[in-house]
Design a protein around this ligand. Structure first.
Ligand code: DQA
Length: 144
């Protein structure tokens, strides 16, 4: 049976490639999805999703409880605001990797705090979109 990893993306990441490329680079979210699919070995499936809506992300994290062995998540702005996303992740038993394309610690002060980091097993920041590939590699190694 294939193992499934959810790769979840929060608000405004649908604009990747067009949005502040000096911060987030020129790859689109479709490019990131293709990179993620290439990065995983046979027997691991990627379910790659993006939403601008907090509740939709919460629903997907809850769904992962039944169908996903791990979650890689870039919660985007909800990282810094969402107790609901934190609570949903806290109700999830598998490994959770938090990914940020930019180095949030070198940006505005409000980006230094992450609710999601209180639950994440691994946090990857500032490696560009390569952070998704690294996050998946971490999750795959953890799943064994
Ligand atoms: C981000 C960093 C967040 O602070 C920001 O709100 C984003 C993207 C990143 O990938 O660097 O939307 O999560």
């Amino acid at each position: 049976m294939a193992q499934t990893i959810f790769v979840l993306n929060g608000p405004n990441l649908n604009l990747l490639g067009k949005r502040q490329p000096e911060i987030y680079g020129s790859d689109t979210l479709a490019d990131v999805e293709a990179m993620c699919r290439k990065a995983v070995p046979d027997g691991v499936e990627i379910d790659f999703r993006q939403s601008n809506h907090e509740g939709v992300l919460v629903d997907w994290i809850q769904e992962a409880r039944d169908v996903a062995e791990a979650i890689v998540i870039n919660p985007a702005a909800y990282t810094h605001t969402s107790v609901a996303v934190l609570d949903a992740l806290s109700a999830y038993d598998g490994p959770v990797v938090e990914v940020h394309i930019s180095d949030v610690h070198k940006r505005e002060k409000f980006r230094h705090h992450s609710y999601v980091s209180m639950r994440a097993d691994e946090v990857i920041v500032g490696r560009g979109v390569q952070g998704y590939v690294d996050g998946l590699a971490w999750a795959v190694a953890k799943l064994g």
